[in-house]
Design a protein around this ligand. Structure first.
Ligand code: MSP
Length: 501
């Protein structure tokens, strides 16, 4: 069982913001969930370097573009490390393995007769790196970046995208979950039904890019170049055996603004080259800041390192995953972030972990075990939560999965209130009841921590340690380890995980 998951590769002209970090974090949650479910998982991310904005930025800084990209790689890697994003591979489009894969694929597309020379005249938005038909402009501006596109006219090479419209429609029909969520799928179906035009896939007069193998006066259009990273990283053009083992990808995670490239252009390129299509594309929504898409160029961005420094990387991860319905847009505000931190973590989960450890030590020296034959009051609840969690996570409903895990946290808090361990402790003949109650709360917290681990890896590893987990987290398996277990365990006390602010 293997699972190959990718994110969009970022333009490194500026550092990540919470919007781009959101994508990496949510993909990381999926990757970690798959690992927990026993899949051999390959999680790819990287940087998309051949963009004009990257080139421009390097010039402004007086740096060679490649040297600038080397610096930015480090900046990106630091952010992803801080946010605990567990990628297995990081690809850059200036690497040889990528260039080779691009050249090979472009040649295959040319050999299939799908490239021809033509002249392009029209609008081009450099921030989107995309040609813009008039109907996509609002008051003459790009609707995503609110900037005026450039008018360009040049001779270049075109890809016969129009030829693949019917096959794409058939593919959508035969594979109802190819593009998710449904709003994205419907959007793309409408686009396909309206017909496709061929697209220009090379640029003249530019030195920053990969030269076309059969016409080095042109460089490959940056999207035609970038999309190939998904096959380049697993050996296309360099290691065919590895390529066959990993391709097709199980899931491309991308933002809604670039769904068309992934769910129309990319599959058509693969069809032309005779390669299998990715199994699924998920187009997530935007993280907004004051009602607008968070974006560095518009000055509406929040630094993820700043947010992680304030309350911790795990609280930030949980906030983004649990607060925003996956597939929809959502807001980041400092007020809401603090509010959720206090509600979910300081007052709820953190407080629960603390109470369980304190009571376990106060009443039983930290040693807990179930009472033989006792009927568990939380076990059924845990079974139901695990079932709902898995259904949600398998459908990429990450927010619902997290909410399910918190149902178990809530149920455990209610159980403590109901069972009143402090009263049981005062009555010697209720000793067994207290044993059972203490065991149950620790067991429920253990299961909740496994379910929340994909979103809060460091904190949940610590919670599991406190609940008596022995052995490495990498060996935990969802089906085996989230069933109600009966073993004895030693609970460990610790400082407050999330002090209230
Ligand atoms: N380089 C292209 C992707 C090429 S993939 C073969 C690109 N780069 S980007 O840096 O502009 O964006 C990277 C990803 O972040 C994209 O999936 C984009 O949709 C996503 N996001 C950018 N701003 C975002 C938000 N405010 N919110 C959520 N996702 C955001 O596009």
């Amino acid at each position: 069982m293997s699972f190959y998951i990718t994110c969009a590769i970022d333009y490194p002209n500026s550092q990540p913001h919470i919007g781009t970090a959101y994508e990496k974090i949510t993909a990381d949650v999926i990757a970690r969930y798959k690992r927990l479910s026993g899949f051999e998982t390959h999680f790819l991310m990287g940087n998309d370097e051949h963009s004009q904005n990257v080139y421009q930025r390097a010039l402004e800084l007086g740096l060679e573009p490649r040297a600038f990209c080397d610096q930015m790689e480090q900046v990106f890697r630091e952010v992803w490390a801080k946010l605990d994003v567990s990628f297995d591979d990081f690809i850059r489009t200036t690497e040889d393995r990528h260039k080779l894969a691009v050249t090979t694929l472009v040649q295959r597309i040319a050999d299939a007769g799908d490239l021809y020379e033509g002249e392009y005249e029209g609008w081009y938005c450099v921030s989107c790196e995309a040609f813009k038909p008039d109907k996509d402009l609002v008051d003459g501006e790009c609707s995503i970046h609110q900037t005026r596109p450039e008018w360009i006219k040049e001779k270049n090479h075109f890809f016969r995208l129009s030829k693949y419209r019917d096959r794409l429609l058939q593919h959508y029909e035969a594979n109802p979950t190819f593009l998710q969520p449904d709003v994205r799928r419907n959007e793309m179906l409408r686009l396909l039904e309206g017909g496709l035009e061929d697209i220009s896939v090379s640029r003249t007069g530019q030195s920053w890019g990969i030269p076309l193998p059969f016409d080095p006066s042109n460089v490959v259009y940056v999207w035609f170049d970038a999309l190939v990273n998904y096959i380049a990283a697993v050996g296309s053009g360099t290691d065919e055996e590895r390529f066959r083992a990993w391709w097709p990808a199980d899931l491309h995670v991308v933002g809604k603004d670039i769904t068309r490239f992934h769910a129309v252009v990319w599959p058509a390129m693969l069809m032309s080259a005779g390669l299998p299509l990715p199994k699924r594309v998920f187009g997530h929504g935007w993280v907004n800041w004051q009602g607008q898409r968070m974006s560095k160029s518009r000055g509406t961005s929040v630094d993820p390192l700043d947010a992680a420094d304030r309350l911790g990387p795990d609280p930030l991860r949980l906030y983004l995953v649990k607060e925003i319905a996956y597939g929809h847009d959502g807001d980041f505000t400092w007020e809401r972030f603090e509010e959720r931190y206090n509600a979910d973590l300081a007052n709820n989960l953190g407080n629960l972990v603390n109470r369980v450890a304190v009571m376990a030590h106060k009443y039983r020296g930290g040693r807990l075990a179930p009472v033989p034959g006792a009927i568990s009051q939380l076990a059924d609840r845990a079974v139901d939560v695990v079932r709902r969690y898995r259904v949600a996570m398998d459908e990429h409903q990450l927010h619902t999965g997290m909410a399910a895990a918190f149902d178990l946290v809530d149920a455990t808090n209610e159980f403590i209130t109901r069972s009143e361990p402090w009263v049981l402790a005062r009555t010697p003949d209720r000793r067994a009841e207290l044993d059972q109650a203490l065991f149950e709360m620790a067991e429920a917290v253990r299961i909740a921590a496994i379910l929340l681990w994909p979103a809060m890896p460091a904190s949940c590893t610590e919670i599991l340690r406190r609940m008596g987990q022995v052995g490495p987290i990498s060996e935990i398996r969802l089906d085996r380890d989230t069933t109600w277990a009966g073993g004895e365990r030693q609970i460990v006390k610790g400082s407050l995980l999330w002090p209230r602010i």
